[in-house]
Ligand binder design. Structure first.
Ligand SMILES: [Fe+2]
Length: 300
């Protein structure tokens, strides 16, 4: 009998391009002096933790690949190109060269279709991969030595409403879990999103000047702390219950459904998550959080 695959971990892996900019990897053109260390050290801890667990593939759900009709999956084995952040072209001009696990992407696509979801494989070899997928992928695995599965987020929150979109992403989570188990592979899931997402509209003259960095407002901070507290206590059912309110009141980047998708694929963990780091980027709240699914949080 074929080996049963499993999701060995899920992570909240936010994608501000500032983090890649501050790391100065060879792929990114602009150079920085420093910046956003608490988050970058958080990612370092996530990487160390994942290194100890053997895994085959990163599955990334990105708020910045937004499809209005259905859920789409990267469906070409290799993508190579230059990704330029449309808002921060001064910080992020990144040459990417990545591999896709098309077989697993197709399997998730098929399982989602069986659940009645509208799905599509994206077969354009010249497609420009979005920076949400790239930043989360790079910060989690800078060597890019593992393939990814890239999943789009859906605009249903605007077209229908927030609850409809979140419910659809819960379905997608179950489809993802089923496909991973049938694949025999060990997967890590990345929900590529910030928490609170109200941001400043002016950049300081030195972008990485950390004396200018802080949360946009106290309401946003309170919401971030509430969510992190629930993660750390293993109360993810409650996270789902308040997801729509959180998303609307904290202008959160959970409006793409990435976090709901991941928590659903992990069957709403009741074990404590590990907070690797929290920090703000242009006023938005970001947390690097890991659900150690393999050990059900026993390592925490
Ligand atoms: Fe974003």
């Amino acid at each position: 009998m074929a080996k049963k695959g499993q999701i060995i971990a899920g992570a909240l892996a936010p994608h501000p391009p500032h983090l890649v900019y501050a790391e100065n990897p060879p792929q990114n053109e602009p150079r920085s002096e420093c910046g956003w260390e608490t988050l970058r050290w958080g990612y370092e801890r996530l990487r160390k933790s994942l290194e100890k667990k053997d895994y085959d593939v990163l599955i990334i759900h990105s708020p910045h690949w937004r499809t209005q009709v259905g859920t789409h999956f990267l469906g070409v084995e290799k993508f190579k190109g230059l990704s330029v952040d449309p808002i921060f072209p001064n910080l992020f001009r990144f040459s990417y060269d990545l591999k896709v696990d098309v077989e697993l992407a197709e399997a998730i696509h098929d399982e989602a279709q069986k659940l009645g979801m509208v799905t599509e494989m994206m077969r354009n070899p010249d497609y420009r991969v979005d920076y949400g997928t790239i930043v989360s992928g790079h910060m989690t695995n800078p060597s890019w030595d593992k393939p990814i599965v890239g999943i789009s987020s859906n605009g249903g929150a605007r077209y229908f409403n927030m609850d409809v979109m979140q419910a659809t992403m819960m379905k997608l989570g179950q489809a993802t879990k089923k496909a991973v188990e049938a694949s025999g592979k060990r997967a890590v899931l990345l929900a590529s999103n910030s928490l609170s997402h109200r941001h400043f509209v002016k950049e300081s003259p030195i972008v990485e000047d950390m004396s200018k960095e802080h949360i946009n407002n106290h309401n946003q901070y309170l919401w971030d702390m509430r969510m992190i507290d629930l993660f750390r206590k293993g109360k993810t059912q409650e996270v789902i219950d308040i997801m729509s309110d959180f998303t609307e009141q904290a202008t959160a980047e959970t409006d793409g459904g990435s976090l709901s998708w991941m928590l659903s694929a992990l069957d709403l963990p009741d074990y404590p998550a590990t907070l690797h780091g929290y920090g703000t980027v242009i006023g938005t709240g970001n947390a690097v959080v890991e659900w150690d699914h393999l050990n059900q949080g026993a390592d925490v």
